[in-house]
Design a protein around this ligand. Sequence first.
Ligand code: IPD
Length: 255
Amino acid sequence: MGDILNKIIVLIKECGELIVNADRNDIDIENKDGIGNYVTNYDTLIQEKIKAGLARIMPEAAFMGEEGDDNNISNKEYLFVVDPIDGTANFARDLKLSAISIGLLKNGKPFLGVCYLPYVNELYTAIKDEGAYLNGKKIHVSNKLLKDGIVYSGCAPYYEDLRSRSLSLLQSFASNAADFRRAGSAVIELCNIAAGRAEVYFELKIQPWDFCGASIIVLEAGGTLTTIDGNEIDYLHPSSVLASNGMEDYNKYIV
Ligand code: IPD
């Protein structure tokens, strides 16, 4: 797998250059379904490049990506799950908080993850049972309790029916934490849990491409990842996600 990982790293870094050097006058922003749900020409371009690259690197694997209707979750042993730009709304607004995520599921479970934050040149990698790394250095979740910790709360604006419960959950977690944040990129938020910079991330509904790549990075960094109810995540379908450093039973904050 090491050779495959190295080839994916080259590919993801090339795509990161496209994000960082994007011509701001050439960004077409289209609305998908619902409030604040965007796709740009760069999302499409980068997904095509990654899809073609992965087909060369590991032709036996199937592919599922955020953009396009060619998602193919056949029952192959290996499935790539890709978000070409996580934090698309940030990219559209030039907020410089976006990431590229490539996850590889083996028989439906997280097996390999490569997430790249091009604006800060941070490359997160993990392979099952081999640890998690940031720019080649091993990382571990923090050992802070929530009272000294930071909570990330994701809530996509287009899931309007989930907003009220998301805010109640944020109120519950944040009033027991040192502080809270929202980056607008689940990949960045999950990678920050893995790197020990924040303690909890939750979101009530999120798509596989938003969490697959970073999930193995959190797990290999010693963190935990479940649904908001503490159940096992289905990595092939939209799910709630509660990721943490595993220092507490967070069930008591679930409202
Ligand atoms: C979104 C971001 C956001 C999260 C949404 C995602 P996208 O991904 O990760 O933080 O709250 O649920 O859909 O659309 O920018 O790839």
